[in-house]
Design a protein around this ligand. Structure first.
Ligand code: APR
Length: 166
């Protein structure tokens, strides 16, 4: 039975088997949470990303986590939708990010995983709606993952995720 927790903090400090990053299609790293994870994991993460990229929106692919400490085993790179007003299928792409990240986690035997609030930063996806999609998708996707941590970087996101869990 999977447990889902909401925490406020920096995802690079999470002690889990896999950390999900909100990447861009190149998987070469960028700003936001992707930048933080790439800085913490070291330059080998971008090299590994280049070898498995590009990654389409809604897809997910894993690489080792290299220098992340605590010693996370994998980084799962997923590409969220750029918000275009809500009528361009953004919700389905975001749901796919969470679903396919769990599928990749299952392929790797991951038992604990941390997600950021995918697409709610640079990509502009409204945080409250994104939180509802994240929780609904994670709850409805069969998985062997036992522990899911939703890591908010700000209190508003945390509150949206908590509300979505209730
Ligand atoms: N830990 C957890 N969450 C974080 C961290 C961190 N260290 N840093 C930022 N965040 C949060 C942001 O506050 C936001 O809520 O991650 C969420 C996602 O925001 P972005 O990182 O901007 O990701 P996204 O909106 O999906 O845009 C992806 O931005 O960084 C580039 O390369 C990335 O082009 C891609 C785009």
């Amino acid at each position: 039975m999977v447990t889902i927790e909401v925490v406020l903090g920096d995802i690079t400090t999470e002690n889990v088997d896999a950390v999900v990053t909100a990447a861009n299609e190149s998987l070469l790293g960028g700003g936001g949470v992707d930048g933080a994870i790439h800085r913490a994991a070291g330059s080998r993460l971008a090299e590994a990303g280049a070898a498995v990229g590009p990654c389409s929106p809604g897809q997910a692919v894993a690489t080792p986590a290299f220098d992340l400490d605590p010693p996370v085993r994998y980084v799962i790179h997923t590409v969220g939708p750029v918000w275009e007003g809500g009528d361009a299928g953004e919700a389905d792409v975001l749901a796919s990010c969470y679903r396919r990240s769990l599928r990749v986690a299952d392929e790797l035997g991951v038992r604990s995983i941390a997600f950021p609030a995918i697409a709610t930063g640079v990509y502009g996806f409204p945080s409250e709606q994104a939180a509802k999609i994240a929780v609904a998708t994670l709850r409805s996707t069969p998985t062997a993952v036992e522990r899911i941590r939703l890591v908010a970087f700000d209190e508003a996101t945390r509150d949206h995720l908590r509300a979505a869990l209730r």
